[in-house]
Design a protein around this ligand. Structure first.
Ligand code: FES
Length: 161
């Protein structure tokens, strides 16, 4: 695993053959395969998409569509902790936009980015099933309802310890 092989346009791409073999090259296991790729590499790099497409007999667009549809998949390396702020309608009505702005300023990053210290990645998400208690966020694996700026700051500081 993780051995480089020539990828598209001459780039080196991680070799995910072992994962494809583990799932017997079954295209109906694409989501599980992507989870395994992310577990091994920390994210799902674009450079593995051609190998997955060939191995599963799917188009690159199909695989890309799944990766981008599910917000659990990261397309770039992430920090040790993630903060996911819900941007769906109910949370918008309850003030998630100001929370987003605050988080971006306090962390010094935009959605999808990780500060240079590699500690915390800020990500958008779309409904955490906690709409009545919005704005909602996931800090690591912890679902937080009615989160405000002060609570978000405290949780991030705690996660960084
Ligand atoms: S809209 Fe945010 S948790 Fe449902």
């Amino acid at each position: 695993m993780n051995t480089a092989s020539p990828g598209p346009q001459g780039q080196d791409a991680p070799d995910v053959t072992a994962i494809l073999v583990a799932y017997d090259y079954r295209p109906d296991c694409l989501i599980e395969i992507l989870h395994d790729v992310q577990a091994h590499l920390g994210y799902v790099p674009d450079s593995v998409v051609p190998q997955l497409a060939r191995g599963l007999n799917l188009s690159r667009a199909e695989i890309h569509g799944v990766i981008t549809f599910y917000h659990d998949f990261h397309r770039a390396p992430v920090g040790r902790h993630t903060v996911r702020i819900c941007r769906a309608e109910a949370c918008q009505a309850r003030g998630c936009r100001s929370l987003e702005a605050h988080a971006a300023i306090s962390l010094g990053v935009a959605f999808g980015e990780t500060p240079a210290d590699g500690d915390v990645t800020l990500e958008p998400t779309y409904c955490l099933g906690n709409c009545a208690l919005g704005p909602a966020a996931l800090v690591g694996d912890e679902l937080i309802g009615m989160i405000d700026e002060a609570r978000a700051d405290a949780l991030v500081a705690e996660a960084r310890r």
